[in-house]
Write a protein that binds this ligand. Sequence first.
Ligand code: B12
Ligand code: SF4
Ligand code: SF4
Length: 392
Amino acid sequence: MTNKLINKSTINYPDLVQKIKCWGKELGFSGLGITDIDLSAHEQALAKWLANGYHGNMDYMARHGLMRARPAELEPGTVRVISVRLDYLPTNAKCAHVLKSKDHAYISRYALGRDYHKLMRKRLQQLGKKITHYCEDYNFRPFVDSAPILERPLAAKAGLGWVGKHSLLLNKEAGSWFFLGELLIDIPLPVTTTQTTQPDNDCGSCVACLKICPTKAIVEPYVVDARRCISYFTIESPDPIPLALRPLMGNRIYGCDDCQLICPWNKYAKLSQEDDFQARHQLDQVSLLSLFSWQEQDFLHKLQGSPIRRIGFHSWQRNIAVALGNAPYGEEIVTALQEKLSSANALVAEHINWALAQQASKKASSEDNQDANSRLNARLIRAIEKGLPREA
Ligand code: B12
Ligand code: SF4
Ligand code: SF4
């Protein structure tokens, strides 16, 4: 690294781009690209998505409107975006095993370890500082999953992959199990790809993610109605979970990975090298009853540093109650639900009562409900067993 400060007007751009790529690697990013800030090709799709109300009660999405497609309005002076990828798939996390066990909790693979926001923002900040050491008189602003920016279209333009039909960014060598982050900067760096709007799309005729989605949230290729997505109503929304969607949730208590688990490109996914993303407290293979027995202080203590903590204890209990309702009939389950009822708030109590009714009807019909969700799980498990990289 050079210590000599260079003025913006005398920058050796190819040299700086090489350095940025090296610094990105040193900081542990799995991929890095540079793009201009023209997202005009995406404004119409974004406006339509909002007009359809697909953002549900995520008001911040609507609040920023088309500004989300205009980085220079968010950070005046911005002319380039450095887009980075960080792989998160934990090394030993079980998927098929947990989806098979309906009395176990399925937690999205991205949330089994520590929260990625802090880690990525810190590293983007470090990347920005390294550039500052090289070149004086320059401004940067890091973004990670912040509402006001269209991260996937930017990453696609920067050459990090293409937007798949499930709407996530996919990469031929790395699948989709990665986070995205950006550094907005005011240096006119050369861009790392010549793509103007849509990059090559390697989904081809595949529609596996649309078919497998338990709640049919992918309403058309590339478009997700968040209100139907399990990730939305188990993580983002503090409201009651819609009755029609509860049985389809199965044992997924925090987010959902089905559209990624089924995707053939995830055969090429890379396992994460980050300690922070490895599963903690055996969250990858824990029973629903064990999680339901937690008091609020257990939730706060055990999930310190985890993204799950953000949803709060009541949403956590709400989600587990629904999953217990979806589990096969069990006396232990009924007892646990009844025991929690007296201390539950109105939201959780309503979900517990729903779960008790589900358990009662399963007891009444002697055979265990082979509902749509378990059939979906069976298909998914077969697909996973065929070829994901990490399942032992
Ligand atoms: C809101 C949000 C959600 C919402 C809405 C999801 C959605 N698909 O929009 C909910 C809560 C449902 C959600 C769920 C998940 N999310 Co989320 N989410 C976001 C957030 C904050 C904004 C996304 C957004 O702007 N949506 C609005 C729509 C309009 O934007 P868009 O999907 O990018 O759409 C554009 C392109 O698809 C484009 N497009 C591209 N090609 C094509 C082709 C055609 C033909 C068309 C019509 C359009 C089109 O058109 C649109 C307009 O520009 C981003 C972070 C960010 N700031 O971008 C993370 C982000 C997208 N989420 C992420 C993740 C990991 C998830 C989950 C996997 C988490 C989980 N396991 O539960 C799920 C996946 C669900 C799914 N299939 O999308 C990652 C994705 C990483 C990746 N590899 O792509 C992100 C980037 C966060 C991050 N920093 O890493 N999420
Ligand atoms: S995360 Fe699950 S619910 Fe959401 S779109 Fe993907 S498969 Fe459907
Ligand atoms: S499952 Fe198929 S259609 Fe969906 S994102 Fe993957 S390759 Fe594309």
